[in-house]
Structures are given as C-alpha cells and as structure tokens.
Design a binder for this molecule. Structure first.
Ligand code: AMP
Length: 215
C-alpha cells in the first residue's frame, strides 16, 4: 500500500506516521527528516537547504524531486510506503505520479490531517525534539520526565530553528499557497481513496479512524 500523508505543519503527521507504519508495515519517508539529515551532513547542498528551511519556505522542486525520487526508489518494497511531507507542490505530485506509474506501483490513498491555526502555533512553538534519536516532545502537552532531556536516550532536547512563531506563519502561508492545490490535484484522481481526519482529536482515535478507512 502506498499512502501520502498531508496536512499543515503541526497537524500531527509525524505522530500518525509513526503509528500507521507500525500497523501496516509501511516504510515511512519524511521529506523534512531527509532534508534535516542532509543539512546536518554538511554536504554541498546543506547551506542551500538551510536557507529555505530556516525561512519557512519550500525547497525548490528540482532539488526535492531528485532527492525524494532516490529515497523512494531505494525504499519502496512489497510492504509499501508512507510519504509524509511530500509532495508539497503540484509539480512534485506530478513527478511522483510519473515515477510510481513507471514502477507500476501507483498511490492507493491520500490522508489529510486538518488543524486550525491557533492549535498549530501552540503545538509548534512548544515542540522540542531529540537531536540524537528524533523523539518529539511538547513542553506542555507531552513533556519529558526530566525537563529538557530525552526520556529515550538522555540527550539534551532542542527546538528546531523553524519552530518559532515567525517562521511558522511563513510555513502556513507556504502550505496554503503551494500545498493546498495538491489536494485539488489528488481529488481529480478518482482511483485514489481520499481520507480526512481531524488532527486535533486524540492521536490514538485518529490513527484508528485512518486505519479503518485504509483497510
Ligand atoms: P517538515 O518537517 O515537513 O515541516 O519540513 C521542514 C522544512 O523542510 C519545510 O518547511 C521546507 O523548508 C522543507 N521541506 C520539507 N518537505 C518539503 C517538500 N516536499 N518540498 C519543499 N520543501 C520541503
């Protein structure tokens, strides 16, 4: 099964992805995680990626499509794929469709997680993550047992550079202008199952709702 997970930043895509891949044995590919890893590697591309990411802007399609095509080609096996954060523009969605059609492995479903701006801003500005193992916390809604320290591996938690209030509003603008049209693009494809869930609901209940719709 191949699924695209969509929704504004902070809607809960990462949390749902984690639960869904456990249930359905899919490979989870998060474009944001892939770009953060590339950025941290200090490669030639790193400075260019940082420029866009820190400003809350989308990385240009040529770069995104090339990197994600490679990641998908080496990840998609018989058990399936969950794409999180990609595609984010209609050009990316078209490139993905082309790649999957060539491999004879088209998309099965698109899951949209919805959320209001106020909740998004509260969630994102309070988000803290572990630079070592990637575990995500929230200072109020999901604090670690010991303040600022990862429960899982003991590393010091950090706030992502793009999780500040000013950058979040830029990310929301990018979502509305460039990513919402991707939904309209997918709605035209009658072969696709379109699933919508409220990202403000309890994460376990949301996962259950999505899993039932996917099954
Ligand atoms: P995320 O972790 O998904 O919120 O992504 C963090 C940042 O990475 C975004 O604000 C963009 O700068 C960049 N990014 C992630 N995925 C994409 C994509 N599909 N297209 C363009 N930029 C992306």
């Amino acid at each position: 099964m191949r699924v695209v997970l969509m929704g504004p930043p902070g809607a809960g895509k990462g949390t749902q992805a984690e639960q869904l891949v456990n249930r359905f044995q899919m490979k989870h590919l998060s474009s944001g995680d892939i770009f953060r890893q590339t950025r941290a590697s200090g490669s030639d591309l790193a400075a260019k990626l940082a420029e866009y990411m820190d400003a809350g802007k989308l990385i240009p399609d040529e770069i995104v499509v090339e990197m994600m095509a490679k990641a998908i080609a080496s990840a998609d096996g018989p058990s399936g794929l969950l794409l999180d954060g990609f595609p984010r523009t209609v050009a990316q969605a078209e490139a993905l469709d082309k790649q999957l059609a060539e491999a004879n492995t088209p998309l099965d479903a698109v899951v949209l997680l919805t959320c209001d701006d106020e909740t998004i801003i509260a969630r994102i500005t309070g988000r803290r993550s572990c630079p070592s193992c990637g575990k995500v916390y929230h200072v109020t809604f999901m604090p670690p047992a010991s303040e600022g320290v990862c429960d899982a591996c003991g590393s010091e938690l950090i706030q992502r550079d793009d999780d500040t209030e000013s950058v979040v509003s830029q990310r929301l603008d990018a979502y509305r202008a460039q990513t919402e049209p991707v939904l309209a693009y997918y709605k035209e494809n009658t072969e696709l199952k379109m699933i919508e869930a409220d990202g403000r609901d309890d994460p376990k209940a949301v996962c259950q709702e999505i899993a039932e719709a996917l099954a």
